[in-house]
Design a protein around this ligand. Structure first.
Ligand SMILES: Nc1ncnc2c1ncn2[C@@H]1O[C@H](COP(=O)(O)OP(=O)(O)OP(=O)(O)O)[C@@H](O)[C@H]1O
Length: 257
């Protein structure tokens, strides 16, 4: 039984952000029949800020994530985007507003090239040559430009993850939801993804991420929310959350790190 490793990754310091939140959730509760998967959780994220959601298995992270992105309707509470109530808005409409998410299992079109995969999303924003220029620019941003003509099926896991990210970045989101984008990658792949996520936040994107790898989320997040059994256990600065006795207790014996 080991406590999670909460050491900081080397790199840029955690950055700060200011201004009004772009995304707010107020008192979100999600029930599935008799199961209360999320109970009375509130949060806010500002442009340029990284919010990390952590908690042991079954804590309710994915359900909260789904409530924020429109894949699950909250039983109670509200989700606000730039002050607008979007609680009942479907995911596609949220995407048009500027909210985009990745999924735990990346799903590229295997037979299409890397560029074509991104073009599918780019065409939702631009036409013809502009879409292609945009797709290339996004591939540059995630470090896949040199793979543009390669079939997606030939990419290794780290590059598939970056392709997944490229597909959502092509939608030009303002809030990015990352569902375990780093889990399963080897240490160099993790470092690359961490650096990329920092750069994206540095460019003004608000990021909400669910991640099991504690030292990664502690290193990246400006603000951390720790859940257990659907409820808020602790929140705040990553170091304060990591040192919180309830958080340490919740993770004791958890082998996720
Ligand atoms: N569609 C559903 N129907 C019924 N119960 C559900 C449903 N989705 C989730 N749950 C329950 O809600 C609780 C929270 O699950 P959730 O998947 O949100 O947790 P999690 O923190 O994301 O877990 P993990 O880290 O294992 O992915 C669990 O008890 C789960 O069994």
């Amino acid at each position: 039984m080991t406590a999670p490793s909460l050491t900081k990754l080397p790199g840029e310091p955690v950055h700060a952000s200011s201004g009004p939140p772009i995304l707010k959730a107020e008192n979100i509760t999600v029930r599935f029949g008799g199961v209360v998967a999320v109970k009375d959780i509130s949060l806010a994220v500002r442009p340029g800020e990284i919010l990390g959601l952590i908690g042991p298995n079954g804590a309710g992270k994915t359900t909260l994530f789904n409530a924020l992105t429109g894949f699950v309707r909250p039983s109670e509470g509200r989700v606000l985007y730039n002050g607008r109530d979007i609680t009942t808005m479907p995911p596609q409409a949220r995407a048009k507003l500027g909210m985009a998410r990745t999924f735990q299992v990346e799903r590229p079109f295997e037979d299409l090239s890397v560029l074509e995969n991104v073009l599918v999303a780019a065409f939702l924003k631009y036409r013809g040559g502009r879409a292609e220029d945009h797709a290339y620019a996004v591939l540059e941003r995630v470090g896949l430009a040199d793979r543009a003509t390669q079939p997606a099926s030939q990419l290794n896991l780290a590059r598939r993850r970056r392709l997944e990210l490229a597909k959502v970045l092509a939608l030009e989101p303002k809030v990015l939801f990352l569902d375990e984008s780093i889990a399963g990658l080897n240490p160099p792949g993790q470092q690359e993804m961490v650096a990329l996520i920092r750069t994206l936040a540095g460019s003004g994107l608000a990021i909400v991420m669910v991640e099991h790898i504690m030292h990664v989320i502690m290193s990246l997040s400006d603000h951390v929310i720790c859940m257990a059994f659907g409820e808020l256990l602790a929140e705040g600065d990553p170091h304060a959350v990591a040192a919180h006795p309830d958080v340490i207790r919740a993770y004791l014996g958890d082998d996720n790190d």
